[in-house]
Write a protein that binds this ligand. Structure first.
Ligand code: NAD
Length: 260
């Protein structure tokens, strides 16, 4: 379905981004991977993705909290893979503390990566999409783009901002063949959530399994994690012709979290 298309997936060395990259490659897209991690592990993932799906896969470790690096990554995707038809803004970080104790540098870095990077990447990629008259922008927001939780001020502010930016881009691109949507997952068991679980164990002295149950019970009526595979499938659907009029939408995949 996506043969001949190029997808840039930010933060695709791990978790949800890797799941989305796998699904898009499975649908035939060439992939620009991005993110941090061990160089050998990343090279293994890159070559596996390419071999298993018979597509071109490149990698660039741009630090997307820096606008110049975001621009360079979009340019490199176009240079190396021949375009940027699908842009998935997925890279994100988290930090948990009450506002009065929230470190300034954590606020700045979360806003820079979880929100501003998506602005800069859309700004850089939109001209190429408009020129082709086809494009798909998928912003990985969160249930926290729709509702709040305490102790996550920067993350919740960034994700709400990302949902707003998604809607503006959708309006501006409505008649250019480009759709722009936000996927809003609830809990997904990735390194980002595993870190939160470990912090909770440190505070409570319980065990990971207990904190896992607690974490789900606090927010999600459906007491199970969403998988990166399911989110990847949603991303592939958003890239399909059948999804051509879905734009400016927030698509929850959250076990009922935001139905409450
Ligand atoms: P993760 O920690 O597994 O992956 C994050 C990815 O971002 C990694 O590839 C990492 O290397 C990359 N990254 C981190 N800093 C970067 C930087 N400065 N520049 C470039 N890449 C950088 O986390 P995840 O859970 O897969 O999260 C992916 C996205 O999904 C995030 O935007 C997150 O907010 C969102 N999300 C996650 C959950 C969840 O429960 N895990 C729920 C809702 C939304």
């Amino acid at each position: 379905m996506l043969e001949g298309k190029v997808a840039l997936v930010t933060g695709s060395t791990s978790g949800i981004g890797l799941g989305i990259a796998r699904s898009l490659a499975g649908a035939g897209a060439s992939i620009m991977m991005n993110g941090f991690g061990d160089a050998d592990d990343i090279e293994r993932l890159r070559s596996q993705l390419a071999e298993e799906n018979g597509v071109s896969v490149a990698f660039d470790g741009a630090d997307l909290s820096r606008p110049d690096e975001v621009n360079r990554l979009v340019e490199k995707t176009i240079d190396v893979l021949g375009g940027v038809d699908v842009l998935v803004n997925n890279a994100g970080i988290q930090f948990v503390a009450p506002i009065e104790e929230f470190p300034d540098d954590r606020w700045e870095s979360i806003i820079a990566l979880n929100l501003s990077a998506a602005f800069y990447s859309m700004k850089a990629a939109i001209p190429a999409m408009k020129a082709k008259g086809w494009g798909r922008i998928i912003n990985v927001a969160s249930a926290h783009g729709l509702v709040a939780s305490s102790n996550k001020v920067a993350y919740v502010a960034a994700k709400h901002g990302l949902v707003g930016a998604t809607k503006v881009a959708a309006l501006e691109l409505a008649n250019h063949g480009v759709t722009v949507n936000a996927i809003c997952p609830g809990w997904v068991l990735t390194p980002l959530v595993e870190r939160q679980l470990r912090d909770r164990v440190e505070q409570t002295g319980t065990e990971i399994a207990v904190e896992m149950e607690q974490l789900l019970a606090e927010k999600q009526p459906m007491l199970k994690f969403t998988t990166p595979v399911s989110i990847g499938a949603m991303a592939v659907f958003l890239c399909s012709d059948e999804a051509e009029t879905i734009t400016g939408a927030t698509l929850s995949i959250d076990g009922g979290w935001t139905a409450q």
